[in-house]
Structure formats: C-alpha cells, structure tokens
Write a protein that binds this ligand. Structure first.
Ligand SMILES: CC(C)(COP(=O)(O)OP(=O)(O)OC[C@H]1O[C@@H](n2cnc3c(N)ncnc32)[C@H](O)[C@@H]1OP(=O)(O)O)[C@@H](O)C(=O)NCCC(=O)NCCS
Length: 196
C-alpha cells in the first residue's frame, strides 16, 4: 500500500517544477519515464488511438518509453511544451497535452485523455491553461486538428476559441491507431497582440 497519495500505477505524484501549470482541478507536469505505463495502457486503447495520429493500438510500453524520452529531447532542443494532465488533488494521471513548434511562429496543440476522464471539461480546462501559458511565452498563432469523426475534439477546440482554417475541406491524414488514413480538419487560433 502507498503511504502517500498515489496514482493508479502506484507512483507518488511528481514534484511540480516552475515549468508546470495548475488549474482549479488539474496539475499539468512534465512527463517522466514511469508515466510510460499509463501512456501505453490508456493511449493505446482503440477509442483514444484512432483519434490521434501517432499512437499505435495496442501501444507497447517500449513505444511509450520512447515517446517520453523523445518528448524530453524535443523540449530541450526545440522548446516543445508537453505535459501530463493529472488531478491536482492526488496526481493521478488523466492524459497528455502538448504544444509543438510548427515553423514561422506557429505552434500545434494536441491532447488526449484516458476514456474514463472524458465528459468532465478536463480537455477544455487543460487547453485553456496551455493557451494562457503560450500567450505568456509570446506565441502568436496556434493550429490544431481533429479527425472528421471526432465531434468531441471539434467542440473542445471551438470552446477554446479555434476556428476552421481549411476552407471547409477535410484532408486525409494517417492514424496509426487505425492503420489507415481518415478525413481530418484543421483549425487555428490567433493569440498574439491584436492588430489594427
Ligand atoms: C476529445 C477529448 C480530448 C475531449 O475531452 P473532454 O475532457 O471529454 O472534453 P470536454 O469535456 O472539455 O469537452 C467535450 C465537449 O464535446 C462535447 N461532445 C462530446 N461528445 C460529443 C459528440 N459525440 N458530439 C458532439 N459533441 C460532443 C461535450 O458535450 C463537450 O461540449 P460541451 O461542454 O459544450 O457540452 C477526449 O474525448 C479524448 O481524449 N478523445 C480521444 C483522443 C482525442 O480525440 N484527442 C484529440 C485529438 S484531435
């Protein structure tokens, strides 16, 4: 038995660093190698993996361990901002959210939650915190996308202020969770200083 508050994998909540974020209900912290078990188990479920581009289903633990290490390298090299979404109360993991540089000052927002966490406003709350942090960092334009058969993610992005930037046309994108291409929509959000 755990003597301190712990997540489902038995790990004590990690120490928050200055780079981490908190919201009313959530703590968003950097990924650590022990998080790989959660990432593989929950991210690899078909209902999650089919809605993102690069998670296989099932997801081997080794793939998640590589994801954590590659993410930490991308943070050091390119400034990516990737955080594990956890409950603020006990540090239990809920999902992942990240901002990735896309060139020309544009950053891409991506996220997923374990299915047991859906429907409680968590993605919107975590997304709003990431956007506020991006604004503080001087990022001016965000993009994000969702597969056309993912109305929940479309709704999250609209609640966060995103608007479609693809002229109304879907483009096929490969999903490793489906091992197939599927129609995908692109959205954008200007968060920089107002012009004009
Ligand atoms: C998409 C996802 C992140 C949403 O997380 P969440 O915490 O449940 O999202 P929120 O509760 O903040 O908001 C979901 C919104 O979608 C709505 N919604 C949910 N299912 C819906 C559906 N089938 N059709 C239309 N709207 C739907 C909810 O009602 C809610 O809107 P509301 O607040 O106006 O009522 C989560 O379902 C998930 O991780 N899915 C699998 C991975 C994924 O899709 N990642 C995003 C890739 S682009």
């Amino acid at each position: 038995m755990c003597g301190v508050p712990c997540g489902p994998d038995g790990a004590a909540p990690a120490e928050l660093t200055p780079a981490d974020l908190t919201t009313a209900r959530l703590a968003l912290r950097r990924l650590e190698l022990p998080d790989a078990a959660f990432l593989a188990r929950e991210g690899g479920r078909p209902e999650v993996a089919r809605m993102v581009a690069r998670i296989p289903s099932p997801c081997p633990a080794l793939a998640s361990e590589h994801f954590v290490l590659a993410t930490r390298a991308a943070e050091a090299i390119r400034g990516d901002l990737v955080r594990l979404i956890t409950w603020r109360t006990d540090g239990a993991p809920l999902g992942v959210i990240g901002l990735h540089p896309h060139g020309d000052g544009v950053w891409e927002l991506g996220y997923w939650l374990a299915a047991s966490a859906w429907g409680r406003g968590i993605a919107t709350e975590a997304g709003a915190a990431m956007i506020a942090d991006a604004r503080i960092r001087g990022i001016e334009r965000l993009i994000a996308g969702h597969f056309s058969d993912n109305p929940a993610s479309a709704r999250v992005l609209i609640k966060l202020g995103f608007a479609y930037s693809d002229g109304g046309s879907a483009t096929d994108m490969f999903s490793m969770g489906r091992m197939a291409r599927a129609a995908h929509r692109t959205m954008a959000l200007h968060i920089g200083p107002q012009t004009g």
